[in-house]
Design a protein around this ligand. Structure first.
Ligand code: IMP
Length: 196
């Protein structure tokens, strides 16, 4: 079993990552809370790489990081990489988004999730990006999940992420999509001559 440091302090994200990564090859451990990495990248992937590489190097262990957020079409992709920094709490972030969107007719939005896995020397062994399309409601609906889940409506399911049973969200979500391409590649990373 190899230790894999999960580079997040977000309990909602950690729970989801644990659900995807139940591989007995890897023992998931949380990064120490004092080890904070500033997200200076301009894309989700750049931030995921930065977090995974910095934590791996600092701890000299394998590390996995996810950078994710919500892109709203009518707001030119905002809050995007600033999704976590949009306001202090989840309800305040939702309120700000609903306020900025107002009565705009175009409610199209997508969640994006980038995942990067770094080797103990900080080099990137694997990376993927997943997306999930939906619409922003006028008011929150549902009580599951975290973050912007209560206002992110998936028309095909007739539900917001916050109304879905966790297994359904895990399968459809941006994080689910990213892990679906990530997991089949994971067994290859410890072999010699792995692709960069
Ligand atoms: P970061 O990836 O830690 O920089 O923050 C991502 C932010 O995007 C979170 O704090 C949430 O506000 C939002 N977010 C990311 N994934 C989800 C999700 O699955 N549901 C709801 N909000 C999410």
């Amino acid at each position: 079993m190899t230790r894999l440091v999960v580079a997040t302090s977000n309990p909602g994200k950690l729970q989801e990552i644990q659900a995807y990564l139940s591989d007995p090859e890897w023992e998931l451990v949380l990064k120490p809370p004092e080890l904070e990495i500033e997200e200076t990248g301009t894309t989700f992937l750049a931030n995921a790489r930065l977090k995974a590489a910095s934590i791996a190097k600092a701890m000299e262990e394998w590390a996995i990081a996810d950078d994710s957020g919500l892109e709203v079409q009518a707001l030119n992709g905002a809050p995007g990489i600033y999704s976590a920094r949009y306001a202090k709490t989840d309800p305040e972030r939702i309120n700000r988004l609903l306020h900025e969107l107002g009565a705009t007719a175009n409610r199209k939005a997508q969640f994006v999730c980038a995942i990067a896995l770094a080797r103990p020397d900080g080099s990137i062994a694997l990376e993927t990006v997943g997306t999930c399309q939906g619409e922003i409601l006028n008011a929150p609906r549902g009580s599951q999940g975290f973050g912007y889940d209560p206002i992110f409506y998936v028309p095909e399911q007739g539900m917001t992420f916050a109304q879905m049973p966790p297994e359904l969200k895990h399968r459809l979500s941006h994080r689910g999509q990213a892990f679906q391409s990530f997991l089949p590649e994971l067994p290859t990373v410890k072999q010699p001559n792995v692709k960069e």
